[in-house]
Structure formats: structure tokens, C-alpha cells
Design a protein around this ligand. Structure first.
Ligand code: GAL
Length: 645
């Protein structure tokens, strides 16, 4: 697979006479792709119905003539001001019933049919105009669905659409009452149009109602995206992309991905470390200017799955961002390391955000590869270094890993709806498993809970799956892989009630969950032989073998017939034990890693990245601080060392 660098560019922000030089400078830097257009609606159509696209024609021509491949965004994340005059009720409404007003971006409700038609109209116009343009080599729909908490809207349009969605799902209101358990607290409905959205209730709304609303909200994103995807497909053969984000879970990305060719995401490692991650103060201080050593990798692996193998980083942090509580600068080397790490996970393109820092508006404090005056910012040399490394590497393809980790958006919706313990969070749980696998030096594939094809895997981990489809466990076993499920796996039905037959309900595994308790942070339970249970503990019984137990004798991990059930939320040390026991059982070779150092297999290469501010040693070879060493077999073939700045 060919792997290339890209950049995000906003021609509408800069004088036209500068475009050609910018384009030439991009290619000289080693950049091959440029994404444009995704926020430019007010310049494409300043007055409703009067298209002004000639500037965009010229921008595409100038960039293309310089040898750049253009990713063209549909501009629907930023409806212009006149749109609100034409559709005053199109704004999303927050949980408190307040409209989310014009003046930034993403100010629309996914359920508003009028806005959806406007999006179809503008998509049709740009698709007809540029669908066969030789410079437009990929398309992006909208930008960052769900960003700024915009998936869920409590608008009138959402209410009506939700009632229709319920009608289609349940068929009759009696069936809905039955499914949700509405006899409880006299919540029964007599007609679908009585069903309101689950906000502003006196105390908790029915979790079944909330989960249904969250499923609906996710489906609305999928439907919204599909309108654009269908139009684009009719006019272009270029691949279609959506640009997702880090730890945004409100809609099912796998479902959106079904209608697209490539998944991309926005990787801002330093911003994420401070505002999107549970970690100790010590960890956050140690990686303040580097980002968490597993957070990016997790999303690379996740989006590889969402993109059915094809994925990019559409926006790569180039220097300090503007949106986290504190915005430190990356250590020298990190802007290159992040990109190379993405390539190691199989990214086709890593695209820096943005070419030049904007001197105006919300993101004027957000670095680019150039400062606002056009002088190179510190990130530029690192982008150049990445282009140099890419030139030295042979083309490779991602190969299947030994271990798969199941990820399921609906489980996050379920556990957000009824956490039962403040420390229990689905992403946190799955990510803690992922970290454990990476500490063991393993490459990991993330797969969706709908996956039924596991051949080639030796072990599959599926923590926290709210609803367990026994077919999933059977498929894992048929592939001869060890299945490690739990905690909290199979704890509810799809309609948010406790399964009638007891749980976890893993076929051919005689384990029963007798009692559940959640634990406050200071009340972890020690496990015999090392490690602790945190946040969540299930009392297990049954005939399966007890593989791990707490110091007072309670089973923590039980197994039988290649199926293991983990009843607790492990701390790091306990995950390390579970991972190493599973690897031993499944015949997976581990190579435990030093803190901050990670490895990833990629074709015939193995990339070792060092997130530490000091050098590390791997197999007797020095890996520079914030640097990358690429091995082929046991021999380092390429090094990226920019630590001297
Ligand atoms: C992304 C977004 C970009 C820009 C960037 C700043 O989330 O797609 O438009 O806002 O963040 O870091």
C-alpha cells in the first residue's frame, strides 16, 4: 500500500495570489494530498440559490496543477446564517430544551428534514461539478459528526422522527410498553405520538427509553450521512471518507462506515491526554508534551476496522492546539512520531491540520505547519522528516494480528445510561484491556461486535459487551480462538432489561453471576498473586475452573472449553496477569514493553515508537527520545531521531 502525507488547507482564508506558492510549498514539503472545502458553504452560496463556485474551481485547479490530490469536503458542518432564517427550527436542542445557536459550527439537528434536503442539494451541486474532476481524488462528507456533543438533539423534529422510529421498531405501542417495562411507575403509552424524548424528566427516565433514543440518534447520523454518500456515489468513483474523532461514541461508526470507503480520524494527542483520558497525575505529567502512548494507537486500530481496512488520519496535530484546558507544545520529534505511528498501523494518508495557522476567529491560537505570517512553524521540519522516512520505506500492507478486541458503541450507550458505579465506563474498560495487550508488546485488531469471522485469531477479548449474542462466542470458538469476555458482558437485553435466563449466558461455560457490586476508588479488592479489582465486581459461581480469585477467595476469572469469564474490572497489574495467562493458553508470543515504548507490526516491518522524553533500549538497540526505530527482522533499518529539535 502506498502511504502519503497530506494537509488541510482553507483557500477561502487566504488571498488567491498566494495559492500557487502555498501549493508549491506543500509539494516541496513532500505533501501529496490536500483537504479543502469542508467549512466553505458561505463562500459557495452566499445568497440562497446563487452558487459562487468559480473560486473553488480555481483553487482545485491551482492545487491540482501543483501535483496535489484534492480531498473535497461537503460543507454541511457549517450551514450559513441564511439557512437559519429559512429553517428556524433546524438548530439542535440541548438536554435543557435550549437551542444551540448560530455562531460557531455543527448547529443543526440530524433529524431536521428541511436541513437534510439542503445538504442533499449542495452535495448534488458539488458532486455534479467536481465528481469527474481529475484533481478531486477523494471526498469527505461533512466533518466530525458528533463533535461538540452534537449527535443527540431534543428538538421537535427529533421527537417526531423518534416516534416514527419507535413505530417501525416495535410495531405496536403495546409491544413498546412490554419491551420497555412501562408498567413500572405507570409509564404506559396509549399511542406513539404520546412518546416524548427522555429529557427534563423528574428523576431518571426509563433506561429502555433512553437506550432506544440513543439507538435512534445514532441511526439519524447514519441516515444523514447516507443521503450525501448516495449522491456522491452517483457522480464519482473517488473514495468517500468521513472524518471521525477521538473517544466520540454517541453514534455507531461501524454503521456510518458501511456507506463509505475509508474512515479517517483527527489525532490530537496532547489535547486528548489532558481532556479525554482517565490517568494518574503522574502519567499525565510524564506524557504532557507527547500524549498517551496508547490512545492514538487505539483509534488507529478502531478506525481501521470502521474503514473495513482503509483508513487515514485526516487531521494530525502539528503543534499546540487551542481547545484543551492547557495547550503545551509537543516535544521535538513528536509531530513526526505521531505520523509514523499511524503509518505503522496502516494509515494510507496522514494529513496535518493545518497548512497555516489562521490569524482570525476561534482557532487563531491553534498551530499550523506555518505561522500566520507564512514562516515555517516547528512542525514543518518534522513533516519533512516524515516524508523522508516514507521515501526510505518499502510499501507494506497491514497483516492480521493474533489478538482481536471487540468494540461496541451500543454498549457505551447502555453503560452511560445506567452506570451503576461512577467508575464504570465502557471506553475506559476496553481501553484498559487494550493497554494491557500493548504492554505485552502485541499488535491488536479491533473488531465490531457484529463480527462473526475470527479465523486466524488466537485470542479474542470482549469486555463489557452489554448484550452478548451467543453467536459471537460460538464464532470465536469455531475459529479455535480463546474467548475472554466480561466484566458486565451479557448483562442486559437489547431492550435494557435483565436477561430471563441469568447471565452471562456464555454457551458451554458454566459460570453464573450471582451478585454485582460497584466499588468507589479507594475500595479495590486485592487478587491473590497480584493485581486488584477496581470499580466493578461480580460474584461468580458455577462448575468452570477458577483461574483467578480475590484474596478472600472470591472467583475473579473462570474458564472452561476455551471460554473465559472475567467478573471484575482489573487494574493494570491484573490486566497484565489476565493478558499473560490468555497468551499462554492461546499460544500468543508476548514481548513485554517498557513504559512509554510501544511496538506495532506492519508487513515485514516492526515499528518501535518511544513516547518518552529519554531514549530507550529495545533488543539492544537505542530508540531515541520521542523517536522511532523501524526493524526488519532483528535489524533496525530506519531511524527517526529529531529529539535535538
Ligand atoms: C478538529 C476539527 C477541525 C479543527 C481542529 C482543531 O476537531 O475537525 O476543524 O477544529 O479540530 O484542533
Amino acid at each position: 500500500m502506498k502511504q502519503e502525507l497530506g494537509v488541510c488547507y482553507y483557500p477561502e482564508h487566504w488571498p488567491e495570489e498566494n495559492w500557487a506558492k502555498d501549493a508549491a510549498d506543500m509539494t516541496a514539503t513532500g505533501i501529496r494530498w490536500v483537504r479543502i472545502g469542508e467549512f466553505a458553504w458561505s463562500r459557495m452560496e452566499a445568497v440562497p440559490g446563487q452558487m459562487t463556485l468559480e473560486w473553488l474551481d480555481r483553487a482545485i485547479e491551482v492545487l491540482g496543477a501543483a501535483g496535489l490530490k484534492v480531498v473535497l469536503g461537503t460543507p454541511t458542518a457549517t450551514p450559513p446564517r441564511w439557512m437559519i432564517d429559512n429553517h428556524p427550527d433546524m438548530l439542535a436542542v440541548d438536554e435543557n430544551g435550549a437551542p444551540r445557536k448560530f455562531g460557531s459550527r455543527r448547529h443543526y439537528c440530524f433529524s431536521h428534514q428541511g436541513y437534510r434536503q439542503e445538504c442533499a442539494r449542495i452535495t448534488q451541486i458539488v458532486a455534479e461539478r467536481y465528481g469527474k474532476n481529475p484533481h478531486v481524488a477523494a471526498w469527505q462528507t461533512d466533518n466530525e459528526y458528533g463533535c461538540h456533543d452534537t449527535t443527540i438533539s431534543y428538538s421537535e423534529s427529533a421527537k417526531v422522527a423518534f416516534q416514527n422510529w419507535c413505530k417501525a421498531r416495535y410495531g405496536s405501542v403495546e409491544a413498546l410498553n412490554e419491551a420497555w417495562g412501562n408498567v413500572f411507575w405507570s409509564m404506559e403509552y396509549a399511542a406513539f405520538d404520546q412518546i416524548d424524548l427522555p429529557n427534563l424528566t423528574v428523576t431518571d427516565p426509563n433506561p429502555a427509553h433512553v437506550l432506544a433514543f440513543r439507538r435512534f440518534s445514532s441511526d439519524q447520523v447514519v441516515a444523514f450521512n447516507k443521503v450525501q454518500a448516495d449522491i456522491l456515489k452517483a457522480h464519482t468513483d473517488a473514495p468517500l471518507i468521513h472524518n471521525y474523532m477521538g473517544r466520540i461514541l454517541e453514534f455507531d461508526h461501524f454503521d456510518v462506515g458501511e456507506d463509505l470507503d475509508i474512515a479517517s480520524w483527527d489525532s490530537y494527542p496532547i489535547g486528548f491526554l489532558s481532556d479525554r483520558l482517565e490517568a494518574t497525575d503522574e502519567h499525565k505529567a510524564r506524557f504532557l508534551r507527547q500524549g498517551d502512548p496508547d490512545f492514538q494507537a487505539f483509534h488507529h486500530d478502531l478506525y481501521r476496522a470502521v474503514g473495513k481496512g482503509r483508513w487515514w488520519v485526516m487531521e494530525q496535530q502539528p503543534g499546540p492546539v487551542n481547545w484543551a484546558p492547557y495547550n503545551p507544545a509537543p516535544l521535538p520529534g513528536m509531530v513526526a512520531l505521531w505520523a509514523l505511528e499511524a503509518f505503522a498501523h496502516g494509515a494510507e494518508v496522514v494529513s496535518y491540520f493545518r497548512w497555516r495557522q489562521a490569524p482570525f476567529a476561534q482557532e487563531q491560537m491553534h498551530a499550523g505547519l506555518q505561522a500566520p505570517d507564512g514562516v515555517d512553524a516547528p512542525g514543518m521540519d518534522q513533516a519533512r522528516a516524515v516524508a523522508g522516512v516514507l521515501d526510505m520505506l518499502k510499501e507494506q500492507d497491514t497483516q492480521q494480528a493474533d489478538v482481536a478486541l471487540v468494540f461496541d458503541y451500543a454498549s457505551d450507550w447502555a453503560w452511560k445510561t445506567q452506570p451503576q458505579g461512577a467508575g464504570f465506563d465502557y471506553f475506559r474498560l476496553v481501553f484498559s484491556a487494550y493497554r494491557g495487550l500493548r504492554r505485552a508488546g502485541l499488535s491488536v485488531d479491533i473488531v465490531s461486535a457484529a463480527c462473526r469471522e475470527f479465523s486466524g485469531y488466537k485470542a479474542v477479548f470482549a469486555p463489557g459487551l452489554a448484550t452478548l449474542d451467543p453467536a459471537l462466542v460460538l464464532a470465536i470458538s469455531e475459529a479455535d480462538a480463546l474467548a475472554v469476555v466480561g466484566p458486565r458482558t451479557g448483562a442486559i437485553t437489547e431492550e435494557f432489561s435483565i436477561p430471563a435466563k441469568g447471565r452471562p449466558g456464555v454457551p458451554s461455560l458454566d459460570v453464573r453471576v450471582d451478585l454485582i457490586e460497584s466499588l468507589p476508588p479507594q475500595a479495590g479488592m486485592d487478587v491473590s498473586g497480584g493485581g486488584k479489582v477496581e470499580h466493578w465486581h461480580e460474584r461468580l459461581s458455577g462448575e468452570a475452573e477458577v483461574l483467578l480469585k480475590s484474596q478472600d477467595g472470591a472467583p475473579v476469572l473462570m474458564g472452561q472449553n476455551g471460554r473465559w469469564y472475567l467478573g471484575s474490572f482489573p487494574d493494570e497489574a491484573l490486566w497484565d496477569r489476565v493478558v499473560s495467562m490468555a497468551c499462554e493458553q492461546a499460544g500468543v508470543a508476548m514481548s513485554p514493553m517498557q513504559d512509554g515504548v510501544r511496538r506495532r507490526r506492519f508487513g515485514s516491518y516492526e515499528f518501535v515508537v518511544n513516547y518518552n522524553s529519554f531514549s530507550a533500549s529495545v533488543s539492544g538497540h537505542r530508540v531515541p527520545a520521542c523517536g522511532v526505530l523501524v526493524f526488519e527482522g532483528n535489524t533496525p533499518v530506519v531511524a527517526c531521531d529529531l529529539s535535538s529539535g
